[in-house]
Design a protein around this ligand. Sequence first.
Ligand code: NDP
Length: 327
Amino acid sequence: MFKGILIEKDEQGYRAALKDIDDAALPEGNVTVRVSHSTLNYKDGLAITGKSPVVRKFPMVPGIDLAGVVETSTHPDYKAGDAVVLNGWGVGETHWGGLAQRARLNGDWLVPLPAAFTPAQAMAIGTAGYTAMLCVMALEDHGVTPDKGEVLVTGAAGGVGSVAVSILAKLGYQVAAVTGRPQEADYLKSLGASTVLDRAEFSSAGKPLVKERWAGAVDTVGSHTLANVCAATKYRGTVAACGLAGGMDFPSTVAPFILRGVTLAGIDSVMCPRAIRLKAWQRLATDLDVSKLALITQEIGLSDAISIAHKLIEGQVRGRVVVKVDA
Ligand code: NDP
């Protein structure tokens, strides 16, 4: 038996609870992992609260990220004792995930734990941090270098936003951070933001084009915010869009794209090819100041994960949450 969060949906409704789970119930897979740490991402919050239909099979162990040690493996790349990390691939949505003390998975989904990080640090990064890195790589791929001007990060006090601000600042970009929590201005400055802007300036319908300001942007919010960011992006700038914390819609016009050559770069972490994942984790090892992770992260136990997931979806959690699963 092992402890884990189980989401069930039946005639009694949709519910998540911490349970003792029988090993025999583990899904198919060629690698079994003893999970030491997981995290809470926005998607885990949606799964646990049932706010959006991210869970596709029931019962489900949520948790799109995990770090742990291989217990048994028939996969050629992994053997007992290997330290591994997993992000995405539908884990926690269609296949049992990381918010449990044991996971059985397809070894193709795993990456070796980068030597630069402890399992807890890898989960402080988690999907949120690895997505932030993918966003920064997309800006670089499109020629947004620090000398091009200010870059913007929306949803900055959240998980993706906090890591994006930290990486961009370390790489020498001048970073403007957008938040709905003015009380987090000092926090965002401690991560390296030079300017902190009020979310309200971005969240309602704006003009198709406004004065050019941003060389690039990482947007975690979507909806009017993304439209307004595109409208103020400089000629040939790039906006990396990864999130929908403010809404799934995109009420924009084509004006920024056809008149200013702006690129809207879509970022997906879930099915991202392995080579790019490995590159993102290598870049995190060099381009994220590990000392910033401590500022960004709080650690909780499995028994607190459900209540904190509700807070996360209400926008009340700052930065990243590591779940110590083996406590
Ligand atoms: P968090 O909950 O940690 O952060 C989201 C932040 O968005 C909040 O902290 C808040 O920042 C801001 N926000 C929340 N609600 C609103 C709103 N109504 N309007 C404007 N801003 C709002 O989530 P994550 O950082 O884990 O994820 C951020 C987004 O990125 C989510 O939509 C998530 O689904 C998406 N995502 C996508 C991935 C991909 O592969 N494409 C991977 C990972 C995440 P503040 O308080 O500073 O305003």
